[in-house]
Design a protein around this ligand. Sequence first.
Ligand code: SAH
Length: 217
Amino acid sequence: MSTESRKIRLVMDLRNAGVSDTRVLAAIERVPRESFVEEAFLDQAYANQALPINCGQTISQPLVVGLMTQALESTDRHKVLEVGTGSGYQTAILSKLVRRVYTVERHRDLMAEAERRFNALKLHNITTMVGDGYKGWGAQAPFDRILVTAAARIVPPDLVAQLSDEGGIMVLPVGDASGLHQEVIRVRKDGKQFTSERMFPVRFVPLVQGVPSDVSK
Ligand code: SAH
């Protein structure tokens, strides 16, 4: 089967599994996932599954990317923070949907690879930082939307503080590091009021506080 027909089948599968937002489906169609997977997994680039990337991390499953992106209710006017750049695939999807994406990754090597992909694909509305995304990106706050792609035990307080007071939405996996008990939570902020909503079960790598030391990377 050709790459194009695999991709069309994946988009159909995502639609059947609940990704109904046509902007999100169009973004998934436009971003070449094969540019974000390791060479050894190229033949699985359009399978609906998470795949290993460097530094013991994973590129998220397309269905989870679709559902979390849809849950964010983003528009092309939004300034968005993403925590956990990883391969950069989710970042690239966001870059097609919003005005600007700020993305934070704690592994320098992963960020260098992701930046190469953003340049090659001419995605110019992405700003990157190597650092601890548990603390967010205070200098660029507030954000209209925040998307976290690693699981925290609790909703990180700094991220809540950096979310816009005017209808800000944050979507994040919360749960234990084993991955057995995690679910995606959506937090809405209006003025000083919060509501949070449990959405669906997931399995993410843990959000780790601090950055790796230079020796271990
Ligand atoms: N959205 C990515 C998912 C990568 S996995 C993709 O689709 O490829 C989650 C990523 O979060 C990993 O790369 C991991 O290194 C990163 N991460 C974990 N804790 C972090 C933290 N405190 N700050 C920034 N990045 C973090």
